[in-house]
Write a new protein. Structure first.
Length: 128
């Protein structure tokens, strides 16, 4: 019986070692005076969130951040975004856009460098 058990344990160890790393769930954020908040990495990964269900990068310097699960009327909200490269700029659009599938619960974010070129960089976003 031992002869059979050891190869199985080894096979499981090899399978675990070769499996791709699981992406950790975003850390919850304590932001009592906001409807939603997010910290997004340069690759589009959602690092921290409050009432944000996802973030993604669709092109260099272009991101979509989806709010929820609580209903938020983005058309009647103030969206603030900050971060990006030193001397650069970050812009948020809370109206439905084709880049984010015309979703009413998605915010389009563009990150630009000092010369106005698209660049991948992290940012934070709040919805008031």
């Amino acid at each position: 019986m031992r002869r059979f058990t050891l190869p199985c344990v080894g096979a499981v160890a090899v399978a675990v070692a070769l499996a791709p790393p699981a992406q950790a769930a975003p850390e919850p954020s304590f932001a009592p005076h906001t409807q939603a908040a997010a910290k997004v990495a340069a690759n589009g990964t959602l690092l921290k969130q409050k009432n944000v269900v996802s973030s993604s990068k669709f092109q260099t310097g272009g991101y979509c951040v989806k709010v929820g699960p609580d209903s938020i009327d983005l058309a009647d909200s103030i969206v603030h975004v900050t971060g990006g490269p030193a001397g650069g700029s970050v812009h948020a659009y809370e109206t439905p856009t084709s880049q984010c599938g015309n979703a009413t619960d998605a915010i389009l974010v563009y990150v630009r460098n000092l010369n106005g070129a698209a660049i991948d960089d992290g940012f934070t976003l709040t919805v008031h």
